[in-house]
Write a protein that binds this ligand. Sequence first.
Ligand code: ADP
Ligand code: ADP
Length: 236
Amino acid sequence: ITAIRVKNFSFYYDNQKIIEDVSMEIPQNKITAIIGPSGCGKSTFLKSLNRMNELEGEVKVEGKVEFFGQNIYGRRVNLNRLRRQISTIYARPNLFPMSIYDNVAYGVKLIGWHPKVELDEIVELALKAADIWEEVKNKLYKSALELSFGQQQRLCIARALAVKPQVILMDELCVGLDPIATMKIEELIECLRSELTIVFVSHNIQQVSRLSDFTALFHYNENRIGQLLEFAPTKK
Ligand code: ADP
Ligand code: ADP
């Protein structure tokens, strides 16, 4: 089953073409890695899958991106809903200056009111799913910013999981993490793989080979416009 179908998709920032004529089918509950040289539009492409790039500048698109058949660039799309269903996790942890608990509960509270006991449970389950519960269960009301970099990154994953996304987009998730923190994140991704569609950008070819089912290889052409060169099962 295809979760996201990209069809003849071109993308412009400020009328400058960044990505040209990309077509691919991102399979549901699989892990797809995006690789390619620096500046070829990997990040831009990732952000175009849930329209996060509109926060960055004037954008224009051609072609289509369909999420389970719905054109995400259509007129009637609810952007908040789209970004809950397709959630982004950034290279650098971007937690709010709030407690660990409030960070995880944040998105859930935006969607609707829950009694405290229910919210407690959602937070606990998300922290467990992100494999950080044991490390934070005794300090849920301490500031999230006191955690280590690797823990903050797992907390970002917990925050995203709490709103039950169907797709998670990850941009260079392990940049600046030490090998143990990186291993923890990779193990976490392994655990999530059967229930979630994950698309991640990486420069680490071993990581791509370890984690991904499919690889989308981008390059840029002679006009420095990003193009998809190949989409294929990851070589193991
Ligand atoms: P990659 O992730 O492959 O390194 P990016 O998607 O970050 O590539 O960048 C691709 C191109 O898009 C670069 O030339 C970059 O300068 C340009 N670009 C990225 N973000 C913006 C933006 N917000 N406004 C204008 N141009 C941008
Ligand atoms: P920032 O503006 O600080 O970069 P983001 O917009 O990236 O924050 O959101 C951070 C996290 O908060 C995301 O992972 C997302 O799951 C959650 N989030 C953001 N906006 C909403 C929303 N409207 N509804 C639910 N969750 C949201």
